[in-house]
Ligand binder design. Structure first.
Ligand code: NAP
Length: 294
């Protein structure tokens, strides 16, 4: 039996991520058309069998499924504008980072030109594209996801549909991404502390990993507290975190580290204490984030 025909795919944007997406489709045997503002970036993919569209109109016209991976929604619209008329009847998927408002504007523009639209986020680096564990999630037109799920799954085995609203992937991107910088800053502060003592940062890695596993393990409990609004059975109370403030400050006074990045978090803890939340779960801080002081 011959292998079933693979859906033709067009990749618009061949930066680090777009090139990885196109490469995954070439490897998986999909007829792959590529386009990039700077055309020289297409050469390595063409050498492996991709077709290089001479212009953006030809790129869009080449496939029923067009996946754009440029820097922003604005850049994507600018690039696709000359091909807007060719979008009618096609599925357009965007895979750039950006705010939910950008995703909604992109959806309105795309559907206004007759495209079916899905917005996604890829939660990993270009070298992880096509790996079985790589997470991508999508929001928008369910018919696009259902029709092209197998093709989208080429980009990562952990491919999920969030719902019909086209800004959901951008929303979850922001919601999940909020942990990244505070977690990394905490690691960098630890690295500054141990390296000042002549120890290697790498000595921290196994212990930090265990610590993050603990954080990982308590997330469902914290989420259940937030969803129920019941903070009365704390694993860790606001008061415990509040009592740790002097230890954070000591890192500055005793070890000469710049600990100013803690100040807004300490302020949040002090305000929670002032609201009488000392005995509540630390998850109650979400209530203060919901109502910032005027
Ligand atoms: N790289 C990662 O680790 C990673 C991980 C997850 C998500 N992402 C997201 O994926 C998206 C692409 O990232 P990347 O790493 O591929 O970025 P990149 O390497 O900087 O490539 C950016 C791409 O956007 C194109 N572009 C920018 N402005 C344009 C415009 N006005 N008109 C036409 N084309 C334009 C560039 O074209 P030229 O080549 O002509 O400049 C290039 O193809 C971003 O939203 C990023 O946040 C990236």
């Amino acid at each position: 039996m011959p292998a079933p025909a693979r859906t033709p795919v067009t990749i618009v944007g061949l930066g680090a991520m777009g090139a990885a997406l196109a490469s995954a489709y070439v490897t998986a045997g999909h007829p792959t058309t590529v386009w990039n503002r700077s055309p020289d970036k297409a050469a390595p993919l063409v050498a492996r069998g991709a077709a290089h569209a001479p212009d953006i109109r030809a790129a869009v016209a080449a496939s029923p499924l067009v996946i754009a991976c440029l820097t922003t929604y604005e850049a994507t619209r600018a690039a696709l504008e000359p091909a807007a008329a060719a979008l009618a009847g096609r599925a357009l998927v965007t895979l750039n980072s950006g705010a939910p408002s950008g995703a909604r504007a992109m959806a309105a523009w795309a559907t206004g030109h007759g495209a079916r639209f899905l917005d996604g986020a890829i939660k990993n680096v270009p070298t992880a594209v096509a790996e079985p564990d790589t997470l991508l999630y999508y929001g928008g037109d369910r018919t696009v996801f259902d029709e092209h799920e197998a093709t989208l799954r080429v980009l990562g085995g952990d491919t999920q549909y969030l719902g019909a609203e086209p800004d959901l992937a951008a929303l979850y991107e922001q919601a999940v991404g909020g942990t990244l910088l505070p977690v990394l800053l905490g690691f960098f502060q630890g690295a500054a502390l141990v390296t000042e003592r002549g120890l290697k940062a790498e000595t921290l890695v196994p212990y930090t990993r265990k610590w993050l596993e603990m954080v990982n393990a308590v997330l469902p409990t914290l989420a259940a507290e937030i969803d129920s609004g019941d903070y009365s059975q704390p694993l860790s109370s606001v008061g415990i975190f509040h009592a740790g403030i002097p230890y954070d400050e000591e890192l500055g006074t005793e070890h000469g580290l710049d600990v100013r990045w803690h100040e807004p978090m300490h302020d949040l803890l002090r305000r929670a204490m002032a609201e009488g939340r000392g005995e509540q779960s630390v998850a109650a801080l979400v209530e203060l984030l919901r109502k910032p002081e005027a």
